[in-house]
Write a protein that binds this ligand. Structure first.
Ligand SMILES: C[S@@+](CC[C@H](N)C(=O)[O-])C[C@H]1O[C@@H](n2cnc3c(N)ncnc32)[C@H](O)[C@@H]1O
Length: 276
């Protein structure tokens, strides 16, 4: 069992959809928006063949397949894939699953019309190499859809998230090179991709409001159900949580009261290079 497979074990899987799952109407909107963004690349959604790296429990793949595309999902975690397989068994969808490592994509060049990547590159040390290979298995001028969940940075949850990152840095914990922002943009340009919708033009696939209390945000971090705290050893996580607890007590003393938070699922859209 690889280290990563252990991380995405049964405990994480059980909490994953509860914590990160999108409400059904939001999931539907995301699926339609992602498939819609590929409209210029396929005569009909049913002819659209999309690869998803780190498909997980199918949070993105399921609504994309429901919107008409064929999805091939690859993931290393048997537990994450098992959860998705069970759902597919109960409600079949046009999704094929492959248990494999995205650092060694088992596909021929020019296989897919596009690829989707959400919350997975940060888990791979050499993620630029993954993009290099991804650009090969996607057809020329195919789409690369890099999705992420966005939380209003000015909201309570956004402020706690920001404080969390700063506290982790103060503890001297070094994470891998960030697989996001300017580094991700540069890596995509380096593999010949062209930006279609990035920065202020980024696709807002869905926007919604969700209720969560400061105590729940804190608990997600402390219990490592939150993705960013998974990788932290106890000696880093504990002082970080103490700092955050003090922050919550100062700013939101009735920490169990839910607050409404603006959330989005946003997608940077790139296109692979034209055929040589
Ligand atoms: C945070 S989850 C994201 C799942 C899904 N993309 C989503 O947004 O809901 C990350 C997923 O990437 C998978 N993963 C991480 N590293 C991987 C690798 N090297 N090869 C294949 N899958 C990997 C994990 O098993 C996990 O299912």
């Amino acid at each position: 069992m690889s280290r990563l497979d252990f991380s995405f074990d049964d405990r994480v899987v059980r909490h994953y959809d509860a914590l990160r799952g999108h409400p059904p109407d939001v999931a539907h909107t995301i699926g339609e928006a992602l498939v819609g963004s590929c409209a210029s690349h396929a005569p009909a959604p049913s002819s659209l063949r999309l690869l998803e790296l780190g498909v997980g429990t199918g949070r993105i793949a399921l609504p994309v397949a429901a919107a008409g595309a064929e999805v091939i999902g690859i993931d290393l975690s048997a537990d994450m894939l098992g959860t998705l397989s069970k759902q597919l068994h109960e409600a079949p969808a046009n999704i094929q699953l492959i248990r494999g490592d995205i650092t060694a994509l088992p596909f021929r060049a020019n296989t897919f019309d596009g690829a989707m990547v959400t919350h997975v590159l940060h888990l791979v040390a050499d993620w630029p190499a993954v993009l290099q290979r991804l650009a090969e298995v996607v057809k020329p001028e195919g789409l690369l859809l890099l999705g992420r969940d966005w939380v209003d940075p000015a909201s309570m949850a956004g402020q706690i998230r920001n404080a969390f990152r700063q506290a982790v840095m103060r503890q001297g914990f070094k994470t891998a090179a960030p697989a996001g922002g300017p580094a991700l943009h540069q890596a995509l340009l380096a593999v010949g991709a062209q930006a279609i919708r990035v920065g202020p033009e980024e696709l807002v696939a869905a926007e919604w409001r969700a209720e969560i209390s400061p105590a729940q945000v804190l608990e997600g971090i402390r219990s490592r159900d939150d993705a960013e705290s998974w990788v932290l050893p106890d000696e880093v996580l504990e002082p970080v949580c103490q700092e955050l607890e003090a922050m919550v007590n100062t700013h939101w003393p009735d920490s169990k009261t839910p607050q409404e938070i603006l959330r989005r699922f946003v997608v940077s859209v790139y296109q692979t290079a034209a055929a040589a």
